[in-house]
Design a protein. Structure first.
Length: 118
């Protein structure tokens, strides 16, 4: 699965931003697509995920209630709606995919930068 993430940018605290992730190479109906983020000097951390076949979502506690993952109208697109952004949300955001029965995330897209100014 090839993944392409886009939609990052520079926003102010309290603003909203929507990231998109487009999957190609195969149908991802039986996959979980997820979002991770990373800042310099820190490990990549889980943000959110969505199981494509049923739309079940999971979120990190730090973004719960502010971020929302959703499937797009096309079968291979997911969105991450980010509301009430905080400076600590500043990071490079990555889209990832794994088969729903897999343990490890084995497909990664390039990152998209999100900068939230205070």
């Amino acid at each position: 699965v090839q993944l392409q993430a886009f939609g990052g940018g520079l926003v102010q605290a309290g603003d909203s931003l929507r990231l998109s992730c487009a999957a190609s190479g195969r149908t991802v109906t039986n996959y979980i697509l997820g979002w991770f983020r990373q800042t310099p000097g820190k490990e990549r951390e889980f943000v959110a995920s969505i199981r494509m076949s049923v739309g079940i979502t999971k979120y990190a506690d730090t973004v719960k209630g502010r971020f929302s993952a959703a499937r797009g109208n096309t079968k291979n697109t997911v969105y991450l709606q980010m509301n009430s952004l905080k400076p600590e949300d500043t990071a490079v955001y990555y889209c990832a995919a794994k088969h729903f029965a897999a343990q490890e995330w084995n497909s990664w897209g390039q990152g998209t930068h999100v900068t939230v100014s205070s």
